[in-house]
Design a protein around this ligand. Structure first.
Ligand SMILES: [Zn+2]
Length: 441
């Protein structure tokens, strides 16, 4: 049986500002629950509390089952259904259900499912956005704060860089939420406590902490915009960053992109590289890049001129696949990210085994020319896309994306040994089809 409880999805595409409707089925009493799927909009900014600003329904709209108050849309493993059923009749859940926030209910469901650290905190944060300007705001914000404080005191391996980064985010959110709750002395104490860490004295953290400090001194508790990204610090002593800025063509690159991260090493099973996470300074079709600039004896083999040319070629193809822009416009902080190993946009080491059978089954005869990851803010990459030079391509993985566009409506992961192997084929004009291999074409 499928773990995915989202069964019926109908989304109106290309219908102007009218939001599509998504119907989900309550797993406890089979009630059909409908909600707006998405509105196509544009993100114009971000606030210090990470809420996106723009023409969106944000946070994503949820709906609850009118019979049991369950909020559909999460993947609940079969073995966990009983636990969630018990939660629905608990006093805590029923009390929360008297308030209007569906995200708050989802936070309680998530907590029962024991998710990755941080997910519950972010769900309470969404509830606080949902309840802004109402009496319930303070309650949701305090719940989010408590979860972020819990996350800052969790033990984490010093080698798990993404966990450590999550913890730094939680530390900053602790400061921000204390400020929003007008608990200024506590906010200042938390700021002083976290500002000492060496990582907090670099890059964007410096600007963020200075912004928070100044707001706290002014006893300002209103929502505030996220400070704009600081330029690269030329005095940085980070060897990877220094190597990156010394590659040929840096000035041209620097005019349009920033370096978010630079590291030497072997990542994702690819050869030794200067690995760079790059982000466009302004919104554009192909707005971010993960680049493995292979090294030989520690020296990067490619330069920025070559990187910009590879990006320009790929962006042209991304632009022809308008469905990618639609997916991006259906939610805040979304990125379409080019995957570049050397100068080739294919980072799958065992392509012949893991991708090629689906690619050929989809009817493509030449190898893909562009590999993309679709990312949502504060989450792992949620979809993997390969594009053909002639237009169209395949999606080999969709995992825990916001299911508000047809690309991300159904979670799956192509594997050649699955029964049956499943992938999504898409044409450049956005016609799409889930395909099962072994089935008749
Ligand atoms: Zn129900």
């Amino acid at each position: 049986m499928s773990l995915l409880l989202v069964v019926g999805v109908s989304i109106a595409l290309g219908a102007g500002p009218e939001p599509g409707v998504m119907t989900e089925v309550c797993p406890f009493d089979d009630t059909h629950v409908s909600r707006p799927a998405f509105t196509v909009g544009e993100q114009t900014g971000l606030r210090l509390d990470l809420r996106a600003v723009g023409r969106f329904l944000h946070p994503d709209p949820l709906a609850r089952c009118p019979r049991c108050q369950y909020v559909p849309g999460l993947r609940i493993p079969d073995g966990e259904l009983a636990r969630v059923r018990a939660l629905l009749s608990s006093k805590e859940y029923q009390e929360e259900a008297r308030r209007p926030s569906n995200h708050a209910l989802r936070a309680l469901i998530m907590a029962a499912l024991k998710p990755d650290p941080g997910e519950v905190a972010f769900e309470w944060l969404r509830a606080s956005w949902e309840l802004e300007g109402t009496a319930g705001w303070k309650h949701a914000t305090e719940r989010a704060l408590a979860e972020f404080i819990r996350l800052t005191s969790a033990t984490m391996s010093p080698d798990d860089e993404s966990a450590l980064e999550r913890r730094r985010t939680a530390q900053l959110m602790q400061v921000e939420l204390l400020r929003r709750l007008a608990r200024f002395p506590e906010a200042r104490a938390a700021l002083d406590k976290w500002a000492d860490q060496p990582e907090m004295q670099r890059g964007a953290y410096v600007t963020l902490l200075a912004t928070e400090r100044s707001l706290i001194e002014k006893k300002q508790d209103a929502p505030q915009p996220f400070p704009s990204m600081p330029p690269l610090d030329p005095r940085s002593d980070d060897p990877a960053l220094i190597a990156a800025t010394q590659l040929k063509g840096f000035a041209a690159f620097d005019a349009d992109f920033i370096i978010e991260r630079a590291d030497f090493g072997a990542f994702n099973m690819l050869p030794d590289s200067l690995h760079l996470a790059l982000l466009a300074r302004k919104p554009r079709a192909l707005d971010s890049i993960w680049w493995w600039n292979f090294t030989k004896d520690g020296v990067p083999q490619f330069d920025w001129t070559q990187l910009l040319a590879a990006h320009a070629r790929a962006e042209q193809l991304v632009g022809r696949n308008k469905w990618l822009a639609e997916w991006k416009a259906a939610g805040p902080s979304r990125r379409v990210e080019l995957q570049l190993a050397g100068l080739e946009s294919n980072t799958e080491m065992d392509f012949a085994f893991f991708v090629q059978p689906a690619w050929e089954h989809a009817g493509f005869t030449k190898p893909p020319v562009v590999e993309l990851l679709l990312r949502e803010k504060d989450s792992n990459p949620c979809a993997n896309v390969f594009l053909d030079a002639g237009g169209g391509g395949i999606v080999t993985m969709v995992f825990e994306c916001t299911p508000n566009h047809w690309v991300t409506a159904k979670s799956f992961s192509y594997h050649p040994k699955d029964n049956p192997p499943t992938y999504l084929r898409v044409s450049a004009d956005g016609r799409w089809e889930m395909r099962e291999m072994g089935a008749k074409r």
